[in-house]
Write a protein that binds this ligand. Structure first.
Ligand code: GLU
Length: 331
């Protein structure tokens, strides 16, 4: 007789679409959402829509509804949500208490400029230009006292940082293969709670993926090294099995930089307002995913059937002016 455990069905897989309402969806992020959706629908994963609206200064009013409308216009659907991260901070506060009690997070009032100054002195070199992440070295950790751990999470003069252990954090990526990042060497003690009194991206996403039952994370490869940070946090919080990871190469402009406004207006709603059909947008994204050699209008169902991770180019995809012209050439 088969033992009862052997007949138990495997837990269903779940992925999430996680737009940040910081601006309108453009061809680059639409492509990541479309691929995520198509993989999920082809493999029977359920889909959660999560609005990542904790980045107060960058979040734009109405951009959440805008993202929802744009995804729907493309034909992307989901089974659960939308859920907004900002609606309830309790789960993140619980996680912070756990980290603080374990001595794995601490508050600090050191600013980016303070850290840069210290690093420059230590390395006897000029501070880096402001666009790079500044590594927070263990030498700047304050002594752990019960007092510092008792501080609340609403102090606008302090951020909370996670104590990054030294050494590489390896993981397997279903698209990018074997990966490993040494968080201590790259980021040092990274921020988990901000001066604005909200969780930082790394903490929020880790807590949510676990509590919302996400088993598959599909996103752009700009977040590859964040994955090692999220693994460290999940382990520190004993959050259970790791999700599977699939990181896709980003869409870039002809100058090699990540697709953005400087490359022209590639917002999906601009195309929609100009009368471009969803099939045409999906057709371009299908060519970028290696489904076709040249863009041709395609229905989303066909995209789902024909997409394979094997055909997606391993190198960044370039959005060229010809692509915009092709979309607009509707006749
Ligand atoms: N909200 C993030 C973004 O729009 C995605 C975060 C994630 O997938 O972990 O870039």
């Amino acid at each position: 007789m088969i033992p009862p455990e052997a007949t138990k069905p495997a837990p269903p897989h779940k992925t999430r679409l996680a737009p940040s309402p910081t601006g309108a969806l453009h061809l680059g992020n639409a492509r990541t959402f479309l691929v995520n959706w198509a993989i999920a629908r082809a493999r029977g994963w359920s889909i959660l829509l999560r609005i990542e609206d904790l980045d107060g200064p960058r979040t734009k009013r109405g951009a959440d509804q805008h993202a929802i409308d744009t995804l729907s216009w493309l034909g992307i659907d989901w089974d659960e949500g939308p859920v907004w991260q900002s609606r309830d901070l309790t789960p993140y506060k619980h996680a912070m208490h756990t980290l603080a009690r374990a001595g794995l997070a601490y508050p600090t009032d050191l600013s980016r400029a303070d850290i840069e100054r210290w690093s420059a002195d230590a390395a006897a070199s000029a501070p880096q230009d402001g666009s790079h992440e500044v590594r927070f070295p263990p030498e700047l950790r304050p002594p752990m006292t019960d007092d510092s751990r008792a501080l609340g999470f609403n102090d606008p003069t302090r951020t909370w940082r996670f104590v990054a252990p030294p050494g590489p954090v390896p993981f397997h990526d279903q698209f990018a293969g074997a990966q490993s990042f040494d968080v201590g060497a790259i980021a040092g003690d990274f921020i988990v709670w901000t001066r604005q009194g909200v969780p930082a991206y790394q903490l929020a996403v880790t807590v949510d993926d676990a509590r919302q039952g996400v088993t598959q994370v599909v996103r752009g490869d700009d977040l590859l090294d964040s994955t090692s940070r999220q693994i460290l946090l999940a382990e520190a919080l004993s959050l259970g099995p790791r999700p599977g990871y699939t990181h896709l190469p980003l869409v870039r402009g002809p100058d090699g930089r990540r697709l953005a406004k400087r490359h022209g207006d590639t917002r999906i709603d601009r195309y929609r307002d100009l009368g471009v059909t969803p099939e045409r947008v999906i057709g371009l994204l299908a060519a970028w995913c290696g489904i076709t050699h040249a863009p041709e209008p395609m229905k989303i169902g066909e995209f789902r059937q024909r997409l394979s991770l094997d055909t997606i180019p391993r190198t960044p995809i370039t959005c060229r002016p010809e692509d915009d012209a092709w979309l607009l050439n509707r006749h």
